[in-house]
Write a protein that binds this ligand. Structure first.
Ligand code: GTP
Ligand code: MG
Length: 435
């Protein structure tokens, strides 16, 4: 099938409504692609001609419409390199526009999410009603917890395969709720759906008259955007220092909070202090006096202090942690296991430091979720380790959604793990917070 890539540019939308990024996860064959196709159909994202084409093809085969064919067509283009960015699928409800974050292959998706290249604000966990939670369902649920994606909707799919049965649905819903609860995830809704037939996707289905909750799209519209980052403490990651006309210009990104003209900034880890003298816009003096989270900016300071790439600027009394001894919760992605004592490169924001694995505390058993002692960490395992670096690191422990809380580990320049910092100190158990 030929798809017009232009069809997948962001839909027209009210600029005031921010695009809401979501990710759809679940065990192989449980119906993720079908659900995405159906969401596109139900929100009018697919042009009528394309729908007729799918219906004709289905009628010829005497089978129901396969909404996942829409996705297959996109994947084909992606493989052939025809479309630049088919990893993002857009649709809009009356409430707001959405983008589904996807990647060619499960591993790429994991990598993108872990490296922060694709930050989802909510997830839909798709589970086959007849099969129940699969191995990957558990893995994905752990990952959502690890990434701090707390807003989870569960779609119990293929409800037709269990004859739209309330008792079987409730039993599965209870099991899922209990498992997610142990991961500190509380599903906002557990919706019985048929992605293929469209039951409870956009409208409530008479086939599940016992179901009292929202449709999947209504449940999506009820989710709230993640707490506004501009309201958080200032974290400015230094990317570069430019010299121009005798001026020293600090270039970087405001990861969270706000930065304004005249602010006193403290640069961790050195502790150097200076005030913002000018905020620049690509060389020109900027008219606005303040800037906020998500923006890349350049500014000058009122005095000369030593600043290097990787430094994090903050306001007084709102310092991140600084130390050499770091505890990480990680998901290991490389086929070659992580070894005790091995040297790795740690990246947090614009910081890049070498460290060695001092301790492997445990790996998490996905079935029971209990920590098990381990000497190595195999592919896809979730583990807690301690890392020691020579130079001090700056980070915010237990803030997996912030740039300064999330880490990436690389081995010989290849990303091998995504992680978040759970502790940072100069010695085990001693948290050091400067200024
Ligand atoms: P992978 O991408 O391979 O992980 O699979 P997936 O999760 O994307 O599943 P996909 O959407 O390809 O669906 C797998 C199969 O389940 C297809 O044959 C679908 O037709 C079927 N399926 C999806 N939704 C439903 C449903 O609601 N009811 C029934 N009976 N079958 C469904
Ligand atoms: Mg699929």
């Amino acid at each position: 099938m030929n798809m017009d890539p232009k069809q997948f540019v962001p839909p027209e939308h009210d600029a005031a409504k921010r695009i809401f990024p979501i990710v759809i996860v679940g065990h192989v064959d449980h119906g993720k692609s079908t659900l995405i196709g159906r969401l596109m159909y139900d929100t009018g994202t697919i042009e009528a001609g394309k729908v007729r084409e799918l219906e004709t093809a289905a009628a010829k085969r005497g089978r129901p419409v396969e909404w996942s064919f829409l996705l297959d067509a996109l994947e084909l283009e992606r493989d052939q390199g025809i479309t630049l960015d088919t990893t993002r699928i857009w649709f809009s409800t009356r409430a707001r526009p959405y983008v589904i974050i996807d990647a060619p292959g499960h591993h790429e998706l994991l990598r993108n999410m872990l490296t922060g290249a694709a930050a989802a604000e909510a997830a839909i966990l798709v589970i086959d009603a007849a099969q129940g939670m699969g191995e990957q369902t558990r893995r994905h649920a752990n990952l959502l917890s690890l990434l701090g994606i707390g807003q989870v909707l569960v779609a119990i799919n293929k409800i037709d395969l269990i004859d739209h049965d309330e008792v079987r649905f409730n039993a599965l819903a209870d099991e899922i709720r209990a498992y997610l609860g142990r991961l500190k995830l509380k599903p906002r809704a557990i919706v019985p759906v048929s992605a293929r037939a469209g039951d409870n996707i956009a409208t409530i289905s008479p086939l599940t008259a016992w179901y009292r909750g929202p449709s999947l799209l209504d449940a999506l519209d009820q989710l709230s955007p993640i707490a506004k980052l501009p309201d958080a403490d200032l974290r400015f990651s230094v990317q570069d220092i430019w010299f121009r006309d005798d001026k020293r210009i600090i270039v970087g990104r405001i990861d969270s909070g706000r930065l304004a003209l005249g602010d006193e900034l403290i640069f961790a880890p050195s502790g150097g202090k200076a005030r913002v003298a000018e905020i620049l816009n690509w060389g020109k003096v900027k008219s606005t006096s303040g800037t906020q989270a998500g923006q890349s900016i350049a500014f000058t300071l009122d005095r000369q202090i030593l600043i290097e790439r990787g430094a994090i600027a903050h306001h007084r009394g709102k310092a991140p942690h600084v130390g050499h001894h770091l505890d990480l919760q990680l998901i290991w992605l490389d086929p070659e296991p992580l070894q005790l004592g091995e040297r790795l490169t740690l990246r947090i924001g614009t910081q890049e430091l070498d460290g060695h694995v001092e301790k492997i505390h445990n790996i998490i058993d996905l079935g029971t979720l209990s920590p098990e002692p381990a000497h190595t960490v195999p592919a896809n395992a979730i583990a807690r380790i301690s890392l020691i670096t020579r130079k001090p690191i700056v980070a915010d422990p237990n803030a997996p959604l912030s740039a300064s809380g999330r880490a990436v580990l690389a081995r010989r320049h290849r990303v091998v793990a995504g992680a978040w910092v759970t502790e940072l100190s100069n010695h085990a158990g001693d948290n050091l917070t400067p200024v």
